[in-house]
Design a protein around this ligand. Structure first.
Ligand SMILES: NC(=O)C1=CN([C@@H]2O[C@H](COP(=O)(O)OP(=O)(O)OC[C@H]3O[C@@H](n4cnc5c(N)ncnc54)[C@H](OP(=O)(O)O)[C@@H]3O)[C@@H](O)[C@H]2O)C=CC1
Ligand SMILES: C[C@H]1O[C@H](OP(=O)(O)OP(=O)(O)OC[C@H]2O[C@@H](n3cnc4c(=O)[nH]c(N)nc43)[C@H](O)[C@@H]2O)[C@@H](O)[C@@H](O)C1=O
Length: 321
């Protein structure tokens, strides 16, 4: 806990998670030595007093807020209370304490599920709060919308520099491969690999296979986070609005879940069938991000989907749970 180097430095909340660990790798490879972190066991971010004391003692200059209760469609559906409560508490505590202890810049990570379920595609930042949300993840999405509004409210009232990025579906090294709580891509990698090894004739794929999703490799996500954090304030303000300040982060391209499953099968070398399971939910029909705002700020994704899946499959093979 703490960095052992006195006050200052960059605090990554959630540094052991898929995104937090990628941000840490990105900062370290850029030569940043003063990175501050704490596990959830040492610092439960739902505890306001503990968070306040931690930031008072360490006084970081920057905070990456990548700690959250995270999961796929099934986990969101099964644990809605935890998804709204934990995320509201974590965000509220970290953002409030960051203001109290003079953090110069904070980056909050939201999610593309903040946007209305049935809205124009690709989704521009301005469609926020223009329609009803997807029911399978509404509590999580409400918390993420509140996170954006916390940042904007502190900026407007206290003059802070708190920024938000909204990632599309992410994947990569460090992902969660648990079949009940994971997102679709790690689940497909695991199911397909196990089917190939056991010689199974088919793999179960939840839902109809028709929903469309966009996937961004976590190293691209981390690079985008560092890019947005490092934009000077005048540039960031020129490209955002005080009441619509969040930035979409994605590739700008999507594919159907059926096509994704076929791509994973090809990478893994599985030649069996896909067995779609209509008893599992499809969730949002499509959520493709309009990434032109971030592109205008000089950042775009660089890791192709096939290349990213190949690299993640290799990581999965080398890091058995
Ligand atoms: N994965 C995805 O597809 C997407 C993720 N996002 C967002 O990106 C961010 C990072 O997600 P990701 O890295 O995938 O998630 P992970 O589940 O991999 O990591 C989450 C991290 O949050 C920490 N954490 C959770 N609860 C607490 C708590 N009560 N106190 C302290 N720390 C806590 C955990 O710490 P510890 O390990 O110490 O327990 C963990 O390291 C989140 O905000 C998420 O909503 C957005 C869109 C898509
Ligand atoms: C990132 C995003 O993640 C969540 O939303 P989601 O995109 O719907 O998440 P998902 O990756 O779990 O599913 C994508 C699609 O894929 C299908 N699908 C097929 N087979 C499996 C499968 O085996 N596992 C899973 N999980 N899904 C499967 C599944 O039925 C769905 O149609 C949000 O709750 C929210 O947390 C959020 O922000």
């Amino acid at each position: 806990m703490g960095n052992g180097q006195g006050v200052g430095g960059i605090y990554i909340a959630g540094h052991r998670g898929m995104v937090g660990s990628a941000i840490r790798r990105a900062l370290e490879s850029a030569g940043e030595a003063n990175v501050l972190s704490a596990t959830s066991k040492d610092l439960d971010l739902r505890n306001a007093t503990a968070v306040d004391e931690f930031l008072a003692a360490n006084r970081p200059t920057q905070v990456y807020l990548a700690a959250a209760k995270v999961g796929g469609i099934q986990a969101n559906n099964a644990y809605p209370a935890e998804f709204i409560h934990d995320n509201l508490a974590i965000q509220d505590n970290v953002i409030h304490a960051a203001w109290r202890h003079g953090v110069q810049r904070l980056l909050f990570l939201g999610s593309s599920c903040i946007y209305p379920r049935d809205t124009k595609q690709p989704m521009r930042e301005e469609v926020l709060l223009t329609g009803p949300l997807e029911p399978t993840n509404e509590p999580y999405a409400i918390a993420k919308v509140a996170g954006i509004k916390l940042c904007e409210s502190y900026n407007r009232q206290y003059g802070t520099d708190f920024r938000s990025v909204m990632p599309t579906n992410l994947y990569g090294p460090g992902d969660n491969f648990d079949l009940e709580t994971s997102h679709v891509l790690p689940a497909l990698i695991r199911k397909t690999h196990e089917a190939r090894v056991t010689g199974a004739e088919s793999i179960p794929v939840w839902g109809s296979g028709r929903p469309m999703r966009e996937f961004l490799h976590v190293d691209d996500m981390a690079a985008a986070c560092v890019h947005v954090m490092n934009l000077d304030r005048a540039t960031w303000q020129a490209h955002t609005d005080p009441r619509c300040s969040h930035l979409n982060v994605g590739t700008g391209e999507d594919l159907s879940i059926g096509d994704l499953a076929r791509l994973v099968a090809d990478v893994v070398g599985f030649e069996g069938q896909l067995a779609f399971d209509p008893d599992r939910p499809d969730g949002t029909p499509r959520k493709l991000l309009d990434v032109s705002r971030l592109k205008g700020l000089g950042w775009q994704a660089s890791i192709g989907l096939r290349e990213g899946i190949e690299q993640t499959y290799q990581w999965y093979l080398e890091n058995p749970a």
